[in-house]
Ligand binder design. Structure first.
Ligand code: FES
Length: 227
């Protein structure tokens, strides 16, 4: 006889559903019959597509987290956010002047940070979001890039910010600029790019493209692997 499934009740978009205990919010929604088209991506906590808000019974606080990483709880009220309505400033990496305080020029609202730390508390990655916004204010893009490195761009920080700062866009801008203009360049990478551009691998690539699937599998098995 199969063990009986423990069920919990959750409210999704205001409607009650019985779902098995232990599911993530994302799986609970799918079990309840929702077909997720927006607000879902990798299902592994990396893409940041599944921002979700919820309340727990008897608790007035509004919580936010990633639906694919958060376990549904009995009597939880759940609402999904298919996207965070935050504006990204228009910029082109090749046209930026990283010497000036380009972050404040593109995102002047950064100066409105009141250091309430709501952004850091909202971050499902547990990043020190407020600290990198303060670093942006000082023009320290190395620090912004470092502290925002694990950002998955879910937007929950921006959603909770009383100063309407779009933290995750600020972090992305700093990382791109830091990578392009400030980070020490890797010599071996530059050498390999030069090899590729000079056509060193063109013939090998042509051969691979003409191989059948079986030949490719065989070639993959026999490849040189660094011990
Ligand atoms: S679906 Fe990608 S982080 Fe949740």
């Amino acid at each position: 006889m199969s063990a009986e499934l423990e069920m919990i009740r959750v409210y999704i978009m205001g409607r009650a559903y019985e779902v098995p205990a232990g599911l993530t919010i994302m799986k609970a929604m799918e079990y309840a019959g929702y077909r997720l088209v927006r607000g879902v991506g990798c299902r592994g906590g990396f893409c940041g597509a599944c921002a979700t808000v919820f309340r727990r019974p008897g608790d007035y606080k509004l919580y936010a987290d990633l639906a694919c990483q958060t376990t549904a709880e009995d009597e939880m009220y759940i609402a999904q956010i298919p996207s965070v309505p935050a504006e990204r400033a228009p910029w082109k990496l090749s046209e930026l002047e990283p010497e000036e305080n380009f972050i404040l020029a593109l995102y002047p609202e950064v100066a409105r940070c009141v250091a309430c730390n709501t952004c850091s508390r909202a971050c499902p990655q547990e990043l020190e979001v407020m600290d990198y916004i303060q670093a942006a204010l000082r023009g320290d893009i190395a620090q912004v890039a470092e502290l925002s490195f694990d950002c998955v761009q879910c937007g929950l920080c921006a959603m909770r910010c009383p100063a309407e700062i779009v933290h995750y866009h600020v972090g992305q801008l700093a990382r791109r600029v830091y990578g392009a203009y400030r980070a020490p360049q890797a010599g071996h990478l530059a050498a390999r790019v030069e090899e590729i551009e000079s056509g060193t691998f063109d013939q090998e690539l042509d051969t691979l493209q003409q191989m059948s699937r079986d030949e490719l599998v065989e070639a993959y098995r026999k490849r040189d692997v660094e011990k």
